[in-house]
Design a protein around this ligand. Structure first.
Ligand code: BGC
Length: 440
């Protein structure tokens, strides 16, 4: 048993040397992308610089994420402060209805989103100054309220959206609802941009915004955008980075995915794919006779049946006999006779995946920091949102450790900050910036 686990641990380990190579390649691809050369990054310009801390007003924010959609009323108070006044959220998948499926038409998805805005409780009696839409996918933007979806990610396949202007699709859906209360769509942003804006509203050192949830991506504040010469937040769509040390499990997952060859970093680090890698490893351990059972439980035969929350349940168990892991095995995958050795190797498997994810991401942040401040001469805040960073046991410290190792410093000038609900608050900030002609 130990041999196979040792082999796997080695295959999933990322050495300091590898971290530094990844970071240097990441930095080189930013440079290339910025100057129009071949790069795995899409370098999507957000048309926004950092926000002023003085923005104020009541805004409506609509957020389409990987698994849920949310509508939120945000009051910006100035001085970098805000409050959330009302909120409603709905799952994109309920019963037999999945708005992410190829069977769903664009207008059905956007009608669902527009209808969500009508369900907000409480809603502002005085109306709103604008609507911000956080659309967590790669899109190109020539103006703040229009955005053309380049390609779906995170397994979305809703029909008739790729290549279309999601600003128009949303505005048309809002018109179909004919709601007097709903303000004009002012800005469309990516969730990473929302996270950066939210942190930067109160902390001027913020130069990086990142999501570590169902999906993964990072944006940064480019000090000198080649087109304008001024500061501009650029969405890297860094999940598409591919100069990475991969294992046969990564190759298999990629081959079987609906977009082989794309989003290779995201497929190694984000919640949607970590659960799947975990399922593949558990199946491997059983089929290589490394478990006390030789039958692969039914659930483990179903692709994407596990998620990163399952891994968190396993990682959090520090009891001497791993009772939490035992209960998870019984309840989730109907494996009722696990031995301590089974449970230990499963925990090891979850650990190696979590560590690898955090270390790879840490190296990419280091690459961006080197790009924006070669000598690391100032303070930097990296704003992160998402369930992996927020909830996965140990994740934050593995990431920070990797950042320090890569930069070869005891990084006192680098802060990695959890920014909850950055997608929604950022939508409000972007709408406010649109109103204040802070565009670039
Ligand atoms: C999308 C990004 C998004 C990230 C996090 C990725 O799949 O391509 O646009 O920022 O997920 O939600």
């Amino acid at each position: 048993m130990a041999d196979i686990i040792d082999e796997l641990t080695q295959a999933f380990a990322v050495s300091t040397q590898q971290l530094q190579t990844i970071s240097a390649n990441f930095q080189a691809e930013i440079q290339a992308g910025l100057h129009g050369k071949a790069s795995s990054f899409k370098m999507l310009r957000s048309l926004l610089p950092a926000p002023s801390a003085n923005l104020k007003g009541d805004f409506l924010s609509l957020d389409l994420g990987g698994t849920n959609a949310r509508a939120v009323w945000i009051k910006l108070l100035g001085n970098g402060r805000y409050t959330q006044k009302g909120r409603v959220s709905a799952a994109l998948h309920t019963g037999s209805r999945d708005y992410r499926d190829a069977g769903t038409q664009a207008h059905e998805l956007f009608d669902f989103l527009a209808a969500l805005l009508t369900k907000l409780q409480p809603s502002s009696p005085d109306g709103y100054e604008g609507l911000g839409f956080t659309f967590s996918f790669p899109y190109r933007q020539e103006s703040l309220a229009h955005a053309e979806l380049v390609t779906w990610t995170k397994g979305f396949r809703t029909n008739g959206v790729a290549g279309q202007d999601v600003g128009r699709l949303l505005s048309e859906a809002l018109a179909r609802q004919s709601l007097p209360q709903i303000p004009k769509l002012k800005a469309i942003i990516n969730d990473t941009v929302g996270t950066l804006l939210t942190a930067a509203y109160s902390d001027q050192n913020t130069g990086i915004g990142s999501i570590l949830g169902t999906g993964h991506n990072t944006c940064y504040l480019e000090p000198r955008d080649p087109r304008t010469g001024g500061p501009m937040i650029i969405n890297l769509e860094s999940g598409n980075f591919r100069q990475l040390p991969v294992t046969p499990f990564d190759e298999y997952l990629d081959r079987e995915s609906n977009k082989p060859g794309q989003q290779r970093l995201e497929k190694m680090v984000s919640g949607k794919y970590l659960g799947e890698l975990f399922r593949l490893i558990l199946g491997h351990l059983i089929s290589r006779r490394q478990c006390s059972t030789t039958d692969i439980p039914r659930l483990l035969q179903v692709p994407y049946s596990l998620n990163s929350a399952d891994m968190s349940i396993i990682l959090i168990d520090s009891s001497s006999n791993l009772r939490g892991v035992e209960a998870w095995l019984e309840q989730k995958i109907n494996f009722t006779s696990s031995t301590m050795a089974d449970r230990t190797s499963m925990k090891e498997a979850a650990l190696m995946l979590a560590k690898r994810s955090a270390r790879l991401v840490g190296a990419t942040y280091a690459g961006i920091l080197r790009h924006i401040d070669t000598t690391l001469s100032r303070q930097h805040t990296i704003a992160v949102d998402g369930s992996l960073y927020e909830k996965m046991p140990g994740y934050r410290s593995y990431l920070f450790q990797a950042l320090q190792e890569t930069l070869e410093i005891k990084s006192p000038q680098i802060t990695v900050k959890l920014v909850q609900n950055g997608s929604q608050i950022g939508g409000a900030i972007a709408a406010a910036m649109a109103g204040h002609r802070q565009r670039v």
